[in-house]
Design a protein around this ligand. Structure first.
Ligand SMILES: *[C@@H]1O[C@H](CO)[C@@H](O)[C@H](O)[C@H]1NC(C)=O
Ligand SMILES: *[C@@H]1O[C@H](CO)[C@@H](O)[C@H](O)[C@H]1NC(C)=O
Ligand SMILES: *[C@@H]1O[C@H](CO)[C@@H](O)[C@H](O)[C@H]1NC(C)=O
Ligand SMILES: *[C@@H]1O[C@H](CO)[C@@H](O)[C@H](O)[C@H]1NC(C)=O
Ligand SMILES: *[C@@H]1O[C@H](CO)[C@@H](O)[C@H](O)[C@H]1NC(C)=O
Ligand SMILES: *[C@@H]1O[C@H](CO)[C@@H](O)[C@H](O)[C@H]1NC(C)=O
Ligand SMILES: *[C@@H]1O[C@H](CO)[C@@H](O)[C@H](O)[C@H]1NC(C)=O
Ligand SMILES: *[C@@H]1O[C@H](CO)[C@@H](O)[C@H](O)[C@H]1NC(C)=O
Ligand SMILES: CC(=O)N[C@H]1CO[C@H](CO)[C@@H](O)[C@@H]1O
Length: 583
């Protein structure tokens, strides 16, 4: 009986979907563009400078960030500091980058609370938080669980966390992604039926699919709602056509993933870090050193030149991009057999399981390889393969997406780094991702990037660098040994205030109370507990934002700001140098 109903439902779905085939999951053939983000010579460019589209977009974004930053600084009302004069003396906009770490739903919810404290749309954030800082930011980078949060905001017409909480239609985590209907098995069956249909559609269009496709489709229902089969046709590059993005009213969302060929192992020092922006997919690392027009990935190309007259669009599905960045969680899909589901979706999963070894369950195939035979890579492994393989952005240990923000081309002044990893013994952060990015700058793959000095994990914990925000790279005169002066890094780590926010990375279900508790706690983490711990927290943040500009102009730091830096900057001391008072 159950089986019969299932078969009926799936057949009905297949029929309706077949008749409403506009912008589904399967990529489609389109005419190749005359001019791409790479210019007019093809779909790929060398990673030198920013693409023209990003540069043009930045001009519009800066009109908004300049205004928002002025307002933020005025509200901070720093002593001995004239906001108007500061802006008049500087014709260069300040670039603020925000980076949200991985860590599953924990990272998504903590990150949601943290970003809401920076968002002037959150009630009260200007009084008890850093409201307006988000509006003053140029870049918004996310990876894995952090990317679920940034991606949800960006791709839902730049909605806010407060709106999401009030709307109740997305981020419903009461039931696991595997059994979204809970006891309503029909809802679960319908959803998985739709997902199975989507995957089949992509296969029928001639593309390889992996377990990441299933994972990404399932995520879409949680992040973009259940309408239109979980927004099956939504692409990351769609943002180019959305007003709030076009007008520069939101920061540039950047999603980070890592390259990994089947059977290979990656570590921090030899990984290839990829970034997705609404314009491009590519890497600044020497092992690729190329970018391609995101909208046309999936096209058959050689050195970026299409092999035929038609190109492909629709491959950069939004859920697929978010799923790629978080493919570490693909293994959740393997729990499908616990739901009692049968039929087409179960067969699909079984199909994948038979083909893939445990080693490769986390890989997403981007094929045909958009970088096939591009000439810019120093080592020719990625560009020789017919497929491009990407996986979770945190798999090389750099679990905060710093890479896009430390590129000198982006000229970022300050990075606010939100660490919601569970690296320490009790499931809170311990500085590990900063150490990974710090070390990478000295490797070949670091390719001349720079990152401030940071201490070891033991010091992070023993010197309380995770229990209150810590600034790194405060004094650029101490950074002259690096390739260039890197952005100042404001490190803000998950920490319990009103809620024990060290939930397991693999926790799949959050009831409403837990969800709101995590988000509220995140707000408190970013706002120094509603500014009750330090009522001058916004002033100190303001001091950090203007620091690089002041240094460039040889301007003295005010006494007030010097006091902030005394309080929040890492003092360069290590735990190993601590005097043991007992001896
Ligand atoms: C504006 O910036 C340019 C370079 O970016 C510089 O050459 C010029 O002197 C600056 N003008 C002012 C008034 O600071
Ligand atoms: C997107 O948000 C803007 C406000 O920021 C609103 O004016 C517009 O109607 C929204 N678009 C859609 C499709 O909801
Ligand atoms: C990266 O380094 C690890 C450890 O040295 C090695 O096992 C692996 O083969 C390397 N991978 C690549 C792609 O170079
Ligand atoms: C589900 O599949 C996994 C991996 O294939 C297996 O270990 C597990 O025993 C299965 N569970 C059930 C309930 O069949
Ligand atoms: C969370 O932290 C508390 C105290 O800091 C600890 O007792 C607990 O074991 C931690 N939970 C997890 C899941 O790590
Ligand atoms: C870290 O914080 C704890 C608890 O607040 C305090 O006892 C300790 O002295 C602090 N350590 C340092 C190095 O500031
Ligand atoms: C912070 O402010 C919010 C909103 O006013 C409040 O609900 C919360 O309890 C406050 N947090 C603490 C730890 O006092
Ligand atoms: C200053 O630079 C040195 C290396 O030249 C580094 O070891 C030290 O930790 C830095 N101090 C701070 C506070 O960053
Ligand atoms: C600053 C730096 O080292 N840049 C290098 C990054 O990698 C490309 C490709 O190998 C080189 O051409 C750049 O010189």
């Amino acid at each position: 009986m159950k089986l019969l109903i299932l078969v009926l439902i799936i057949q009905t779905l297949s029929l309706t979907a077949a008749f409403s085939h506009s912008g589904g999951y399967g990529p489609a053939k389109v005419t190749c563009p005359k001019k791409s983000t790479a210019g007019d010579s093809g779909l790929v460019r060398r990673s030198r400078g920013l693409c023209e589209d990003e540069s043009n977009w930045l001009k519009k974004r800066h009109e908004h960030t300049d205004e928002a930053l002025k307002e933020f600084l005025k509200r901070a009302a720093l002593e001995d500091f004239d906001v108007e004069q500061f802006f008049n003396n500087n014709n260069q906009s300040i670039n603020i980058g925000l980076a949200f770490s991985g860590g599953g739903y924990r990272a998504m919810l903590c990150g949601a609370g943290q970003i809401s404290a920076l968002d002037d749309r959150t009630d009260g954030s200007k009084e008890t938080g850093l409201g307006g800082l988000l509006q003053a930011s140029t870049y918004l980078a996310g990876l894995s669980g952090g990317n679920w949060m940034t991606g949800t905001l960006a791709l839902n017409n730049w909605t806010s966390v407060q709106e999401i909480i009030r709307g109740h239609s997305i981020w419903d985590l009461e039931h696991s992604i595997i059994a979204p209907g809970g006891i309503n098995i029909f809802q679960t069956i319908i959803q998985w039926g739709e997902i199975g249909h989507s995957i089949q559609e992509k296969k029928n269009a001639g593309f390889d699919t992996t377990i990441t496709d299933i994972w990404g489709r399932a995520l879409s229902y949680q992040f973009f709602g259940t309408h239109d089969s979980g927004s099956a046709g939504l692409t990351f590059s769609t943002l180019r056509d959305v007003d709030v993005f076009q007008n520069g009213e939101m920061p540039l969302p950047i999603s980070v993933a890592v390259g990994r060929t089947p059977t290979s192992k990656i570590i921090n020092l030899n990984s290839t870090v990829f970034e997705f922006t609404p314009f491009e997919l590519g890497s600044w690392d020497p092992s690729l050193y190329a970018f391609t027009d995101l909208k046309y990935i999936g096209s058959d190309v050689s050195n970026g030149v299409p092999e035929s007259e038609s190109c492909v669009a629709g491959f950069d599905n939004a859920g697929f991009v978010l799923g790629t960045s978080s493919s570490l969680f693909n293994q959740f899909i393997l729990q499908l057999n616990t739901t009692g589901l049968t039929g087409i979706i179960y067969d699909l999963v079984e199909d994948f399981l038979q083909k893939l070894s445990d080693d490769n369950e986390d890989i997403a195939i981007y094929g045909p390889n958009p970088f096939y035979h591009t000439p810019y890579a120093a080592v020719k492994t990625i560009v020789e393969d017919e497929n491009l393989y990407l996986c979770d952005g945190g798999e090389d240990g750099q679990t905060i997406p710093f890479a896009p923000l430390v590129q000198p081309e982006r000229d970022v002044d300050i990075i606010f780094a939100f660490d919601n990893n569970g690296d320490s013994d009790d499931g809170y952060p311990d500085g590990t991702p900063l150490i990974a990015t710090y070390q990478r700058q000295f490797s070949v793959q670091g390719n001349g990037t720079a990152f401030p000095y940071v201490p070891d994990q033991k010091t992070f914990l023993a010197h309380n660098l995770t229990t209150q925000p810590t600034f790194f790279g405060c004094d650029s005169s101490n950074l002259t040994d690096l390739t260039y002066v890197p952005p100042l890094v404001v490190y803000i780590a998950n920490e319990p205030y009103s809620f024990s926010s060290n939930t397991s990375t693999f926790k799949l279900e959050y009831d409403e109370e837990e969800k709101l508790g995590m988000i509220q706690n995140g707000y408190e983490v970013a706002s120094r507990c509603n500014m009750t711990i330090d009522e001058d927290w916004n002033k100190c943040v303001a001091c950090a934002i203007i620091r690089r500009t002041q240094e460039r102009n040889n301007e003295e730091q005010s006494a007030e700001c010097a006091k902030c830096f005394e309080e929040y900057c890492w003092d360069g001391k290590l735990a190993s140098e601590d005097v043991d008072l007992r001896s």
